[in-house]
Design a protein around this ligand. Sequence first.
Ligand SMILES: C[S@@+](CC[C@H](N)C(=O)[O-])C[C@H]1O[C@@H](n2cnc3c(N)ncnc32)[C@H](O)[C@@H]1O
Length: 274
Amino acid sequence: MSHQSKLDRVNRVAWTTRDALREFTLEKRYTDRGEQAAFEWLAPRCAGLPLLDIGVGAGRTIGLMKSISSDYVGVDYTEKLIVLARQRFPGTDLRHMDARDMRELPSSHFGLVAFSWNGIDAVDYEGRVQILKEMYRVVRPGGYIFFSSHNRNGPGYGETIWKLLPRFTFNPVKLGWRVARSAVRLPVAGFNYMRHAPMNRDFEGYSIMTAAAHNFGIVIVYTTLREQRRQLAEIGFETDAVFGSCEGNRIADNAESSDAWWLHFIARRPLDPD
Ligand SMILES: C[S@@+](CC[C@H](N)C(=O)[O-])C[C@H]1O[C@@H](n2cnc3c(N)ncnc32)[C@H](O)[C@@H]1O
């Protein structure tokens, strides 16, 4: 099995673990302030237009997206999550589909195509390009795409098993809770870390690395501001706005790097020349 398809196999398992299902069904509106800022930026520009929500998971973004427009389709390649989302949001158009191949969906149709919460990082680099090309195909000229991605220059890059050791505090109750939590997580996280860390690789502009989320159950792409902008431009997009995860600040168009944990990219398919 190739290095890349191994990454796909690892992450597909992670999405259906108890830890992932618990996290995806938390009553959380936004993942971070950057996501909130991005949605606020997009809402007036995409109001009433057809929306596509890729990697919808258990449905956290359904309410957010539908507050922009009721013309909504959600897709995910994890069947178990699509089934769960259908139970939680009956009557919503939710389809089992891999974002690398969305031929079932019409070209040049959607006003907004979103892939939230760093979902795009779960596929290898070729898969990422395929997804962005599919996003380009299905979004209408003048329409927007929105996705987030882990930042290789951010504090999350290079997480190791030590991250799961309990942080010291003088509060004995808190300390006890942290020690207990680590004791529960460490055996499975340690096992996953040993299995997945050998897949870590650095490339020009991006890295593939196991991350602490889901007990080191995922192996993901970390990219840079510069490389992501370059890749978007290569596919034909214009980058409109980038927001940092921590403060929800808009990152300057001429910034070369950022120290946010992850970055929210908004890009536009240019209007066709007349
Ligand atoms: C971190 S979860 C986020 C779920 C949801 N968007 C949310 O914010 O709660 C990433 C989701 O992306 C989905 N996903 C990853 N790669 C995908 C692909 N190639 N095609 C479709 N869905 C994908 C996973 O199944 C998972 O549900």
